[in-house]
Every structure is written in structure tokens, then in C-alpha cells.
Design a binder for this molecule. Sequence first.
Ligand code: AMP
Ligand code: ZN
Length: 114
Amino acid sequence: MSQECVFCKIIAGDIPATLLYEDEDVLAFNDISPQAPTHLLVIPRKHIAGPAALTDADQSLIGKLIKKGTELAAEVGLDDGYRLVMNNGEKAGQTVFHLHLHVLGGRVLTWPPG
Ligand code: AMP
Ligand code: ZN
């Protein structure tokens, strides 16, 4: 747990979030500033600063994060396409330094991303 981390505060219940899923390893909730009709985040309970901070010991956790993202995408009806995104570093748009997987869908998503 990082004292200043907004996602650690959500995990601790100190900041409200619309929880969609939780288990002993991961949580999923709606993004507070959705960039698509469906925009949810899947995060590990463990505070990891971002993709580059993953260690070999986190391999099953990152697999679970992605698998859960795809399951939730199917559950909310994103069967005709969605995007899984992880931003790494400020230049890539990372603003919260607690690992998270964006699940975006419900509209046509252009490529390349901005
Ligand atoms: P990133 O820019 O990749 O670091 O993504 C961080 C995401 O967290 C952004 O899409 C924010 O809108 C979202 N976010 C920040 N604070 C909250 C919050 N309290 N509840 C839900 N989502 C949040
Ligand atoms: Zn954190």
C-alpha cells in the first residue's frame, strides 16, 4: 500500500469507486473519466508502479489481470471489439502510478492511438 496512491485508497475503501469485480488479487471498477462508452480499469491489489515495475514473480498476476479484463469485456457485451491498454510513463499518458489495465469499448476505436 502506498499512502499517496489513489488506487491503493480505492482498494482500502477510503475513496469510493463503482466496483465491478473483486477477488483476493484484483479489482475492477469504472473509470472516473470515461474515454469510451465502456471504460473500466482492472488493477492488482498489490501496489506496482506500472508495467515496467513488474517482476518475474508478477507473471501470473499480470496474466490474471488481462484474463479478467477480457472476461469483464464479454460480460458487459463488448463482443464486437474492445481495446486493452496499459500506459507506461508520463510521456505515454500514465497519470496513476499503480498498475492498471484499461478496457475500452462501445465505440469505434481508431488506430494509431494519440
Ligand atoms: P492512466 O492515465 O493510464 O494512468 O490512467 C489512469 C486512469 O485512472 C484515468 O483514466 C483516470 O480517469 C482514472 N482515475 C483516476 N482517479 C480515479 C478514481 N478515483 N476512480 C476511477 N478512476 C480514476
Ligand atoms: Zn497503489
